[in-house]
Design a protein around this ligand. Structure first.
Ligand code: ADP
Length: 204
């Protein structure tokens, strides 16, 4: 089973991934957690390039190519082998993020991203959780962090990304919208219920 978490910065992805990983491990599953971009030696190098501050405005198509170079390598080296071993793979962001950030956020034609996605023939998630918070709460929650290149974007940018995620969620049955303003414990219970339902369904 392949599960992805999506959402703007500070929505609670890392918090919930950690809890879901612990809950599933306790229930006897083998869990592999990966993050994007990154998760492989090459991917972590790309992550450094991707997130480091730059004087230059980085072209969104170039961003997409970097993300897909990392994603393909992650799929081949980590995601597929783990799925073949019947492990549960949980990813901190995946392909929906590229549509939300580089298309809705930065204006690149979504079809260009979809074409690159199709050419890359990578694994499709079974389940995706979009943890939804508004851009003001995002800003509050990440105010204590050292800010990376993507986190420097404006409130309007994160509002567009959020709109993108909401549309993606409406158009894809695999995506569950989670209200990120509920308590950490309540969200984790809701997510575990959906995951257990999907695991039971997949076992017939
Ligand atoms: P992300 O990985 O999406 O950037 P994090 O899991 O790192 O988000 O959470 C960002 C901050 O918000 C952390 O300080 C975390 O403890 C807090 N947080 C996460 N989920 C909630 C929640 N449901 N309610 C209140 N605070 C939360």
């Amino acid at each position: 089973m392949f599960i992805t978490f999506e959402g703007i910065e500070g929505s609670g992805k890392s918090t919930q991934i950690k809890l879901l990983g612990e809950n599933l491990t306790q229930r006897g599953h083998k869990v592999k957690i990966v993050r994007e971009p990154g998760g492989t030696e090459l991917g972590e190098k790309i992550r450094n390039i991707f997130l480091s501050s730059s004087e230059e405005k980085i072209d969104p198509f170039s961003e997409v190519m970097l993300l897909y170079a990392s994603r393909k390598n992650l799929d081949v080296n980590v995601i597929r082998p783990n799925l073949q071993a019947n492990n549960i793979v949980i990813a901190d962001r995946y392909s929906d993020a590229t549509i939300a950030y580089q298309s809705y956020g930065k204006g690149l034609d979504a079809q260009v991203i979809k074409d690159i996605h199709n050419f890359s023939s990578i694994s499709t998630p079974n389940l995706t959780f979009f943890i939804d918070i508004n851009e003001n709460l995002s800003k509050q929650r990440i105010s204590g962090r050292e800010i990376d290149r993507m986190e420097k974007e404006s409130l309007e940018f994160f509002s567009r990304v959020r709109t993108g995620y909401l549309e993606i969620s409406r158009n894809n049955n695999r995506v569950h919208i989670i209200d990120g303003e509920k308590s950490i414990d309540q969200i984790s219970i809701d997510i575990l219920k959906i995951v257990e339902g999907a695991i039971n369904a997949s076992m017939g």
